[in-house]
Design a protein around this ligand. Structure first.
Ligand SMILES: *[C@@H]1O[C@H](CO)[C@@H](O)[C@H](O)[C@H]1NC(C)=O
Ligand SMILES: *[C@@H]1O[C@H](CO)[C@@H](O)[C@H](O)[C@H]1NC(C)=O
Ligand SMILES: *[C@@H]1O[C@H](CO)[C@@H](O)[C@H](O)[C@H]1NC(C)=O
Length: 205
């Protein structure tokens, strides 16, 4: 239980100074997963030796910080990728819009030009011609507009889904790595640093 409280305390400290919403929310969620995962299996068999405790912290804290930092970097990459994709899609939608407005203007101009006919019969014939010529164009505009709307809507949804999957993946990696590292930290409290990782640290007693 003490270990769990320590974990909550340390998790709250790591990255809390730099985290901004909505990453802070995602990080808090990931930390809850860590607490949950640790709660299943962690038993504190701690050595009270402050020397060992200090060695353990010195070794594992930078690792935990790096994991947290990597998570925030990956999270931001997900956000940036989504934002770039949305910008591209929006530009393409704006292009579709300009084309549609252009096509409509052309149709309107065909009618407007009829109004310069002073002869009423010529005017009516002009309108009749313009109308029959424009039926298929108007049908085209309707089809194009609704197709563009569908692909904009589904495109934005897809971007958002991809972003969510990307963030979930980063969060899962963070939770898994953090949990693993905490377990190693607790094992270190009990047994000292594993020999493989003490190569750079003086352990002669
Ligand atoms: C953090 O990311 C870097 C670059 O991708 C990688 O080399 C490093 O191993 C990662 N660190 C941890 C603790 O996962
Ligand atoms: C609109 O039409 C004009 C003239 O027909 C053309 O020069 C222009 O490139 C068109 N713009 C778009 C966005 O289609
Ligand atoms: C209707 O759309 C098709 C395919 O985009 C195009 O080839 C055709 O020229 C358009 N017709 C009119 C009248 O604008």
């Amino acid at each position: 239980m003490q270990t769990l409280i320590l974990t909550i305390f340390v998790l709250t400290l790591i990255g809390s100074t730099t985290a901004v919403l909505p990453f802070a929310v995602a990080k808090a969620e990931a930390d809850e997963n860590v607490i949950y995962l640790l709660d299943q299996s962690t038993i504190l068999g701690g050595s009270a030796d402050p020397e060992i405790t200090s060695q353990c912290f010195t070794y594992y804290m930078p690792l935990l910080n790096q994991i947290s930092l990597n998570y925030s970097v990956k999270y931001e990459l997900c956000v940036t990728a989504a934002s770039q994709a949305a910008t591209k899609l929006t530009a393409s939608a704006a292009q579709n819009r300009a084309t549609l407005v252009n096509e409509t203007t052309t149709i309107c101009n065909a009618f407007a030009s009829c109004n310069s006919e002073s002869n009423n019969l010529n005017f009516l014939n002009c309108y009749a011609t313009a109308a029959s010529g424009d039926i298929s164009a108007i049908f085209n505009i309707s089809t194009s507009a609704s197709n563009a709307a569908v692909s904009l809507k589904s495109g934005l949804q897809q971007i958002s889904d991809t972003e969510q999957i990307c963030q979930n993946k980063a969060q899962q990696t963070y939770s898994t790595q953090t949990t693993k590292t905490y377990k190693e930290l607790y094992a270190c409290f009990a047994n000292g640093l594993p020999t493989a990782s003490t190569s750079g640290i003086a352990v002669n007693t």
